[in-house]
Structure formats: structure tokens, C-alpha cells
Design a protein around this ligand. Structure first.
Ligand SMILES: Nc1ncnc2c1ncn2[C@@H]1O[C@H](COP(=O)(O)OP(=O)(O)OP(=O)(O)O)[C@@H](O)[C@H]1O
Ligand SMILES: [Mg+2]
Length: 259
């Protein structure tokens, strides 16, 4: 079932056609990866879908049959679209637990009650601890976000977006800047949570090992357009894709590196 559709979406910055007529669908329950060279328009597309940039210069965004093209980001969160950022977006002075609690409070529309001791704080705390546990960082609950290792910070950042209980979770480079070993851990965690929570994830990712391992479907962007859309097997051997990303028609992904 289709969860989200973009129709001929466009966003130009002066001469730069960051997103240049993107039509794509995101299906319920899938892990979709969005790949492409630096500057391909991936973040801009996520910004358009999450409402951080709005409105687009042209086109439409439909989420569960509702036109959300002009909706402010907080309303999109309410209807079920949450995102994480390419650079983590945490309160560094707050503990891991409090970062999650804050997301839960904001979801419940009770940020004000943080100032006094909320009567339902116990419930929120329990939910926050459960989320930290799902992401394997429950033992870090009392450490301030600024004091966590990079891989843990990325996990916490995704956990904060997840705490908003979205239907669609958009993740912009959840594994960037972490070791290869931690990448696997982060993606195992994310895909496990996505599958058990029956939510949908659209993930911007550069590491093609990660992309081929964890995606149900891959969308390749290039110069603001969708170059290819298919299963990992289809994308791995797609000649247009290998020429654009690898510079050769030979599908040898072992040497592919960006960033
Ligand atoms: N706010 C902005 N003002 C001007 N140009 C912008 C802005 N945001 C993005 N761009 C340009 O739009 C193009 C697409 O950028 P975008 O950040 O979406 O690419 P990306 O695929 O996410 O790249 P990366 O892999 O490096 O994160 C680039 O040429 C970028 O310089
Ligand atoms: Mg980007």
C-alpha cells in the first residue's frame, strides 16, 4: 500500500535545481534507501517531505491521501511524518533519557508540564526507557547527549525521531561519521525497530554496503532527478546507476566510497 507520494516535486535555489521533478512513492512497511552523489538533492527532498522547506516550487506531496504540501512541519509530525537530521539534532546538555522524554512530551503536547513535575511523568519515563532499550542505549540514560560516542549519538538522534511515534520515519544519513562496525549496529537496530514497530523508513545513505544489505527498495537520485528506482539486485546491476555512481559500467561496488 502506498504511504506517501510526491508528484513532480521541484525546489530550485537560484540556478541550482536541487529537486527537479521528483515523482516517487513510499510503500507502507518498507525500508527505502535514497542514494546519490553529493548534491544530488537527497536532503532537499527530505526537507520538502518533512516540511522544513515549504512550499516546493512545484508539485505535490500526498501522505495517506492527504495533501500535505503546504502543511507546517509540526502538523506533519502530528499526521505521522518524523525525521532525523544529517547533523544530529540533540540537546547536548540534557541526558539521553531527557532527550527522549522531551520528544514524548512534545508529541503529547505537554511541553509546558516539564516545568512542574508532570503527574504522568512516570509513564513518560517508562516509555522513554523502553525506547532507549529498543535502541540498545538504555545503559546510557543518565549521560548527557554531548558526552556520548558518535555511534550512540546517532542512535539517540534516531530514537528521538522514533519517540514521536511516526508512521513514516525519514532518516538523513543515520550512519554518517561512525565506524563500519557501528554502522551495522545502527542499521540492525533501525531495521529491527522499523519491522517490529510496523513503521516505514526512508533512509538517505551513502554506504552502499549498508544500502544493499538493509533496503527493500532503492531510489537513486542524480542532479535533482530520480535516476533509478528498484530492488537492491536491480540497482546493483543497473548500468546507468553504475556509470553515475562508479564511473564505469562494471558493477564492482567494493571500491565505492563517498564522503
Ligand atoms: N539552502 C540552500 N541554498 C542554496 N543551495 C542549496 C541549499 N540547500 C541545498 N542547496 C544546493 O542544492 C543541491 C542539492 O543539495 P542537497 O543538500 O539536497 O544534496 P544531498 O544529495 O543531500 O548531498 P549530500 O550527499 O552532500 O548531503 C546542492 O547543489 C546544494 O548546494
Ligand atoms: Mg544531504
Amino acid at each position: 500500500m502506498t504511504l506517501l507520494t510526491t508528484e513532480n516535486l521541484k525546489k530550485y535555489f537560484g540556478e541550482t535545481r536541487a529537486v527537479d521533478g521528483v515523482t516517487l512513492t513510499i510503500n507502507q512497511g518498507e525500508v527505502l534507501s535514497l542514494v546519490g552523489p553529493n548534491g544530488a538533492g537527497k536532503t532537499t527532498l527530505v526537507n520538502l517531505i518533512s516540511g522544513l522547506i515549504r512550499p516546493p516550487d512545484a508539485g505535490k506531496i500526498l501522505f495517506q491521501d492527504t495533501d500535505v504540501t503546504f502543511m507546517p512541519p509540526q502538523d506533519r509530525i502530528r499526521v505521522g511524518i518524523a525525521r532525523s537530521f544529517q547533523i544530529v539534532n540533540l540537546f547536548d546538555q540534557l541526558t539521553a533519557l531527557d532527550n527522549i522524554r522531551l520528544a514524548i512530551f512534545s508529541r503529547k503536547g505537554k511541553t509546558k508540564s516539564l516545568l512542574r513535575l508532570a503527574e504522568n511523568d512516570r509513564e513518560v519515563r517508562e516509555e522513554a526507557l523502553e525506547i532507549l532499550d529498543q535502541f540498545g542505549i538504555e545503559d546510557k540514560r543518565n549521560i548527557v547527549a554531548g558526552g556520548l560516542a558518535q555511534g550512540e549519538r546517532k542512535l539517540l538522534d534516531v530514537a528521538v525521531a522514533y519517540a514521536l511515534r511516526p508512521t513514516l520515519l525519514l532518516l538523513d544519513e543515520p550512519t554518517s561519521g561512525v565506524s563500519t562496525r557501528d554502522k551495522g549496529k545502527i542499521m540492525d537496530t533501525i531495521s529491527g525497530v522499523v519491522r517490529s514497530g510496523q513503521i516505514t523508513a526512508a533512509i538517505v545513505e551513502h554506504d552502499m554496503d549498508v544500502v544493499f544489505t538493509y533496503s527493500d527498495r532503492i531510489v537513486v537520485m542524480h542532479q535533482g532527478k530520480v535516476l533509478a528506482d528498484g530492488t537492491p539486485d536491480e540497482i546493483r546491476t543497473n548500468e546507468e546507476v553504475t556509470i553515475t555512481l562508479l564511473g564505469t559500467s562494471k558493477a564492482d561496488w567494493s571500491e565505492y566510497r563517498t564522503h
